[in-house]
Design a binder for this molecule. Structure first.
Ligand code: GLN
Length: 237
């Protein structure tokens, strides 16, 4: 019988506008593994005009969107930007996908060259490629853990990391951040940014368990989460 004394409160940032290829599945995956160890996940949709308070949340998802949705979301994101930065700086676990990943950085150039300012929570920036997109399956390898991750990328933006950011992985097959430097995604504190749709936590149970553990250790530091998670099997699709 599940003990429900532990819970994770998740914020789905702009989930009604930024949810390419069902990025919400990242929260479903987190909940799926959480349930196996008796942890309940509840989710709030935070959209245009809504309040976001960093201290209320244990996990956040910021999914992908097309250029139009990004240009609608960007000014509203600036309104709650300080709280999003506080969440990140306080080691809040956050998965940012594609457009969400772009908007956490300094700026993003739409395919037509229009500059959209991000909130500069992190130091990456995104250039455009007016007549091309990176589309297809992608595999990367994280050099620190040796883990491989699989996904599907579809983006025109070319993202370049800042000096205090490290990639989520090195590209094994596919394009990744920019098609030039062999990097894909970003890790900064407990933020994992990526161009992977699929969604990344559904397809890569190893990463889902990392995010779940990060959220639980941060919220309940006295509990031995390694012991509780040791019999949970990561699933891959
Ligand atoms: N509009 C952005 C781009 O094409 C993000 C796309 C996405 O989130 N899939 O780069």
């Amino acid at each position: 019988m599940a003990d429900t004394q532990y819970s994770i409160r998740a914020a789905h940032l702009y989930g009604d506008l930024m949810n390419t290829y069902g990025d919400y599945g990242n929260i479903i995956a987190l909940s799926y593994y959480a349930r196996q160890i008796g942890v309940v996940v509840t989710t709030d949709l935070i959209s245009l005009g809504d309040e976001f308070h960093a201290d209320d949340y244990d996990f956040a998802l910021f999914g992908g969107g097309q250029d139009y949705e990004e240009s609608v979301v960007a000014p509203d994101l600036a309104r709650i930007g300080d709280e999003v930065k506080k969440f990140i700086e306080n080691d809040g676990p956050l998965v940012a996908v594609c457009g969400g990943y772009q908007l956490l950085g300094d700026y993003f150039l739409l395919a037509d060259g229009t500059r959209i300012d991000g909130i500069s929570a992190m130091d990456h920036y995104t250039l455009n490629q007016p007549h091309s997109r990176f589309i297809g399956n992608i595999t990367i390898k994280n050099q620190e853990t040796g883990e491989e991750y699989h996904g599907f990328e579809n983006h025109q933006g070319r993202t370049f990391l800042g000096s205090d950011e490290r990639p989520l992985g090195d590209v094994v097959a596919g394009n990744g951040n920019n098609g030039e430097d062999g990097s894909e995604g970003v890790i900064y504190k407990n933020v994992y940014g990526t161009y992977f749709h699929g969604p990344i936590l559904t397809r890569n149970g190893n990463l889902a368990l990392r995010m779940l553990k990060a959220a639980l250790v941060r919220k309940y530091p006295a509990v031995d989460w390694d012991a509780r998670l040791k019999d949970v099997t990561p699933e891959f699709f």
